[in-house]
Design a protein around this ligand. Structure first.
Ligand SMILES: [Zn+2]
Length: 127
């Protein structure tokens, strides 16, 4: 079966603290979060910007987390202000996945990878 997997990587800077954590992660601190979006599809779709079915999805629809909080993203924000869950990398990846699926065709298999540091990351998908 023909399969396309679109990948894009970007970063944003954000502050957070983990409530209830027994250790220094309970103190407010910042990370340069790196995010990889991998969008896999066996069919191509049109997008808001291209009327013909020639894309998995538009890269623009995958990069929203890197915008600032006024535009709905996370850059230079405090994650605790914009997340209803604990602000772990696991929950952040889950939230990014959920909000991205609201923007792209539902047949796409999306995998979201979030690096909290260059050596520690989490991968989330709902397969
Ligand atoms: Zn942290």
């Amino acid at each position: 079966m023909p399969t396309w997997t679109l990948h894009t990587v970007f970063t944003f800077d954000a502050a957070h603290y983990i409530e209830g954590y027994d250790g220094k992660c309970a103190n407010m601190h910042g990370h340069t979060y790196k995010v990889q979006m991998s969008a896999k599809s066996t069919v191509l779709h049109p997008s808001k910007y291209l009327p013909t079915a020639d894309m998995v999805c538009d890269f623009k629809e995958l990069k929203w987390p890197a915008t600032d909080t006024e535009k709905g993203g996370f850059d230079h924000g405090l994650l605790n202000d914009v997340m209803e869950t604990a602000t772990t990398a696991e929950r952040l990846a889950e939230l990014i996945h959920k909000r991205t699926m609201e923007r792209i065709p539902s047949s796409i298999q999306l995998t979201v990878t979030v690096w909290e540091t260059p050596t520690s990351w989490v991968e989330y998908s709902d397969e």
